[in-house]
Design a protein around this ligand. Structure first.
Ligand code: ADP
Ligand code: MG
Length: 724
């Protein structure tokens, strides 16, 4: 046996695991925000004028006078040191989608042999991590490796705890010395500003002249799997690829839906409680927790926040989920498809837009047909999803998310929009001309039991198969993957909104200038949009084959793979919308495209190599041992004149031969991996590596069902998914 734990040992270890916690003594309410340099902390520690300036930047997007940074830095340092911090870190979000940080000590020599805690304004404002090894799509050669981090005033600093000392974390952007974005945060902030500018033009037309900003809000539902760490360490594929590359389907999978919203196992619930507590310390408003569809699958959803903050919180949430799982002897899997044939994990990005004065601009009220302002914003989204479906699809492209989109589950790769009965009806009326005159009413549910208080029915039902659905007062983009940063989808949403709202504002401004009455102009633009773009609305079953055909006839894109999806970044409309609104220059976009493709090829190459390794060093040896055993049995049977041929041995031998053959095929493809460009390499991985890996897996999974169970080296699907 190798150094790793055997499958038998893993099962022993898991089933004897018991949760060991001392319980929590601190009330939850006191925990909330304890580790965050919040507005209220700033209010109590900053001179009044400095505080006013900082809060105007956060609330209204006003620029901050850099000379004030010294005051903030000093207060931040004192607060952090009181909280036990010895170091500070600029935290940034490189193109890999992960979170990066570089730590520096507060202590500096004071020249007399002693040291002094220092943290100047300029250190808060700007850092220079070396960080030259992050993929940057050619924006920065290692020889010209300067890259800067810059303080993001709108996302509060926080303390990250470690048993050996704490760190002050400062959310930042990350740019090259030419000023080009090397991260996901810079374009997110730019897209937010672009959307705000156009949304304010529209609001002004509706008579709201007192508007400072319009913000996009995001609430991301996060799905995840938990597996016991002993199983994890007995599965090299989970360790290197984040997903199982082998594994026969269990005889009982998720068919019964008995896990969904079922009672949460104690150990998992203990994990969830500690997770909530850790998130609360960082003022991350975790709200909902429950089992998901697949066994071993769960979900956590926070209350929505400004998209920028929601992004940073979401990143920190993923890190925290993994960290806390370790304390409970488990591993948190965020891969989009850790187990083939079992439901995958997504991250539904719910979004809306609004501000302090107008509230949520996507709130239809009870009679949406009379709510012109709502209809205009809603129409902007319909138009955006139709015009920029390709951008939305590209924003969520990755090797791992391809297992969901374009495979037979989750939302399909076709980007359509679901409006629900009530809104659909209103827009149908508008499309017919002459405006909408009624809204379907929400009802009361007839329960047939007098003692039950009446329940209200929403005016529109939900559709769980739509990638982009209206859900009452927000839209839900359901296609992002569980492991992805929400930055890219939010950038795409903000960009499409900026363009649509610009179009609408320009149209209305001109009509009004030409003497059209405002309401008539609004009706005109709504009608134009729904007639031209209504084809993107689909309220039916997105999983059905008929939809694939229907979508094709409507001219909607169906981009099943990352390679196809990412080529959307070459479309002139998409390049233009991103550069025109100052979100991403053509060079920055090209860099992003290259990084996604590079990561795609790399992920598949790693999987392919791991497939070979496991097949050769774990599966074939097990199969050969069993073959030896069977050969012995067969010889005895033959000698005793009971049987001349042993059928089980024949089947096994055939499968072993098959496995050798397909393995050779895969190894050849790995050896010949090449391409003149990143596109070529990705295309090579798609057309050669994926099918060759599937071929190996198919035979190996067959072997799993015929090799003696006590010889099989890998924990099975059933074991990993149900023993928690
Ligand atoms: P469901 O599973 O039914 O979609 P959940 O309660 O699990 O609903 O998650 C809903 C998510 O939507 C939460 O993250 C919530 O904060 C977010 N959300 C609710 N209202 C808004 C809104 N106006 N804007 C953005 N996100 C919202
Ligand atoms: Mg949802």
């Amino acid at each position: 046996m190798s150094g790793s734990m055997s499958r038998r040992q893993a099962i022993e270890a898991v089933t004897t695991y018991s949760v060991d916690t001392d319980g929590f003594s601190e009330p939850l309410a006191e925990t909330f925000g304890r580790n965050v340099f919040t507005l209220s902390v700033m209010k109590s520690r900053l001179p009044k004028n400095v505080f006013t300036a900082v809060s105007a930047t956060i609330d209204k997007g006003a620029p901050l006078d850099p000379t004030l940074a010294d005051y903030v830095a000093s207060a931040m340092k004192d607060w952090a040191i009181e909280k036990g911090a010895s170091h500070y870190a600029h935290v940034f979000y490189p193109l890999t989608g992960f979170t990066a940080e570089k730590h520096d000590s507060f202590l500096e020599p004071d020249g007399t042999g002693a040291s002094l805690a220092e943290f100047a304004g300029k250190t808060l404002l700007q850092g220079e991590p070396d960080a030259s090894s992050f993929p940057n799509g050619g924006l920065r050669g290692t020889f010209e490796a300067r890259g800067y981090t810059g303080w993001d005033v709108t996302s509060p600093a926080y303390i990250s705890e470690n048993p050996n000392g704490n760190t002050l974390c400062i959310p930042t952007i990350f740019i090259s010395w030419t000023g080009e974005a090397l991260d996901k945060k810079t374009p997110l902030l730019r897209s937010q500003q672009a959307m705000s500018k156009q949304a304010m033009r529209v609001l002004k037309l509706f008579g709201h002249s007192d508007v400072d900003t319009v913000v996009s809000f995001a609430g991301a539902e996060q799905e995840y799997f938990l597996v016991d760490r002993h199983f994890y360490f007995a599965r090299p594929d989970l360790m290197t690829a984040g997903r199982t590359l082998f594994g026969a389907k269990p005889s009982k999978g998720q068919e019964f839906d008995d896990h969904y919203f079922g009672a949460i196992p104690d150990r998992v619930l203990a994990y969830m409680m500690e997770l909530d507590r850790e998130l609360f310390k960082q003022a991350i408003p975790a709200k909902t927790r429950h089992n998901e569809v697949a066994p071993g699958q769960f979900e956590i959803a926070p209350i929505f926040e400004r998209a920028n903050l929601a992004h940073d919180h979401q990143q920190l949430m993923m890190t925290t989920m993994k960290k806390v799982a370790e304390r409970y002897g488990m591993v948190c899997l965020l891969h989009e498809k850790p187990f083939a044939g079992v439901n995958g994990s997504g991250k539904h990005v719910n979004f809306s837009l609004g501000n302090a004065n107008q509230g949520n601009l996507l709130n239809p009220g009870d009679t949406p047909h009379e709510n012109e302002q709502f209809l205009v914003f809603c129409a902007a989204i319909i138009r955006g999803v139709h015009k920029f479906g390709g951008l939305l699809r590209a924003s969520i492209a990755s090797a791992s998310n391809d297992h969901r989109l374009g495979a037979n589950e989750a939302p399909p790769a076709i980007i359509s929009i679901f409006l629900g009965d009530q809104l659909m009806d209103v827009f149908d009326q508008i499309a017919k001309g002459g405006g909408a005159t009624s809204s379907k009413e929400s009802g009361v549910l007839e329960l047939g039991v007098d003692t039950l208080p009446p329940l209200r029915a929403d005016a529109g039902d939900r559709n769980r198969t739509s990638p982009f659905a209206f859900t009452g007062n927000r839209f839900e983009f359901r296609a992002p993957g569980s492991n992805q940063s929400i930055a890219d989808p939010m950038i795409a949403i903000n960009a499409m909104l900026a363009e649509s709202l610009d179009h609408i504002a320009t149209f209305l401004e001109k009509e009004v200038a030409d003497g059209t009455e405002f309401n008539a102009a609004v009706q005109k633009v709504l009608e134009e949009i729904i007639v031209e773009h209504g084809t993107v609305v689909f309220n039916g079953n997105g999983y059905a084959q008929e939809w694939q055909d229907e979508a094709a006839s409507r001219g909607l894109l169906n981009l099943r793979t990352t390679v196809e999806a990412i080529s959307q970044y070459d479309e002139p409309d998409i390049k233009n919308v991103l550069s025109q609104y100052g979100i991403l220059s053509n060079r920055e976009l090209q860099a992003r495209k290259d990084v996604v493709l590079e990561q795609y090829s790399l992920a598949l190459l790693v999987e392919a190599k791991e497939t070979v390794e496991i097949a050769k060093t774990m599966i074939l040896p097990a199969a050969n041992r069993f073959q030896g055993e069977l050969a012995g049995t067969a010889a005895h049977l033959r000698a005793a004149g009971i049987e001349t041929e042993h059928p089980a041995l024949l089947t096994l031998t055939k499968n072993i031969k098959d496995l050798y053959a397909v393995l050779l095929g895969l190894e050849d493809f790995i050896d010949q991996f090449h391409g003149d460009t990143v596109e070529d390499e990705a295309q090579y991985a798609l057309t050669n590596l994926i099918p060759a890996m599937s071929a190996v897996r198919a035979v190996a999974d067959k072997l799993e069902s015929i090799v003696a169970d006590d010889l099989w080296p890998l924990p099975t699907y059933h074991e990993m998914l149900t023993i928690l």
